[in-house]
Design a protein around this ligand. Sequence first.
Ligand code: ADP
Length: 500
Amino acid sequence: MAEAVIPNAVRERMDAWMRQGLKHFIDGKFVDSANGETFSVPNPATGQELTRCALGGKEEIDLAATAAARAFKTWGRMAPAERGKLLRRWAQLMIEHKDELNYLECMDVGRPIREGIAGYVERMAHNITFFADLAEKYYDEAFVLPGYTFYTNRQPVGVAGLITPWNMPQMLSTWKIGPALAAGNTVILKPAELTPVGCTRLAELAREAGIPDGVFNVVHGFGPDSAGAYLTMHPDVKLISFTGETTTGKVIMAAGAPTLKRVSFELGGKGNNIIFADADLEKALDVTMRAAFYNQGEVCLAGSRIFVEQPLYDQFLEALLARVKALRPGDPLDMNTTLGPVIAQEHFDRVMGFIDRAKAQGVQCLTGGGRAEGLPAPFDGGYFIAPTVFAAPDPSVEIVQEEVFGPVVSVTPFTDDEWVLDIINAGRYGLSSVVQGKDISRLHRMAQRLQSGNVWINSWFVRDLRVPFGGMKESGIGREGGMHSLDFYTELQTIGIPTA
Ligand code: ADP
């Protein structure tokens, strides 16, 4: 079954490619680290080494920054249509190499291929073409007074540092690369150390597309005292767009302060899923399952705490448990697999820590609560956690308050909308919420009072690239999407001239 989805020839070619090890992409060349250091990249589905990757540090960031600053002098002054031609060629190559990119993402992250083939690479390519188009179409403003005229001019900012996480490496990287490059900046991408594979292949395709040397660079490495930290401190790097943990965001903000870098942060969250008693049960379950278990719950938007209005609670919980028990962990390349492994041993231990502490606190675990057992070799060595549901009538417990980032949900009954609002709005996160039901006024009333950057009614994770996206409170700073992205990736200048 797995072979039918990703052709064998593609798998063999990409396996051989991974065996060569991954290099940095600096100034149009694939290079090892100056000191020759590398690190091991795990395959989350088996626990075995997937490949090795060059480990970058200060020297590689310096080289990339020098190249990107030089390339900016021409890239930043090219007409948007000229940049657009190259960017569209790159996006086209992504589509042409769709099987490869899906396969690499599957190996990197462990996400089930059935989720990957559902338009993932197409959306990545769209992240590039959408912003290439937008950069060609936006216009400046003029303010014409008697005897004096002002007009605005958008300048690209310069070298952009993009730091991305491991949960959707190619999607979240292209989401930043698209607007950064289309607006005329040059880029240094620092992919997450757990998932450097797909973005390295994207760099090869960038070169094939003719993106000029130095315009797009990839430097691999860790965060603290490594490529990530040096990127955030480099004086030639003018902005940082970061997606990752809230604690990391705070460190990056401090590191960028001495050079006053502009930042855009998409940080942690504790996604809410509020289900009113009049909700259509089957539809609410469909939304809930996707919101909770897509990408094995490793999504900052995951609707991992579920609040169900009391009259529906028992019926909802029973139906939810039936659906959760039907999830199938296993080989991510198998189309029948509906739940992948979590990313690495360390993260496995972290998620298990949340589960164990919840149990120790007396929170009732209704299903799951441990390693997914019974998988055949080599997947018995993977980081599979059984999908887990807790009944949590008391929402003050850790499992309801903290971001778990795994296949774990809590379900809490409620009778009073104000009570739910108070619990949610008292939290430190404010990224995403789902509200489900039929009473239109009540749905909007709830949505408009939630301190969540994104609220989806009777749906989850529907994205349109024009729409602002981002978090409130400790879930982020700034909004990306459409013109909001271009606002971040450009400096808005005002020019005035007497006309009398
Ligand atoms: P996650 O748990 O999703 O990996 P992190 O915030 O730890 O979240 O990592 C997201 C990205 O941030 C990764 O690319 C990581 O290497 C990078 N990173 C982590 N710490 C730092 C840091 N101090 N400075 C710059 N980048 C960092």
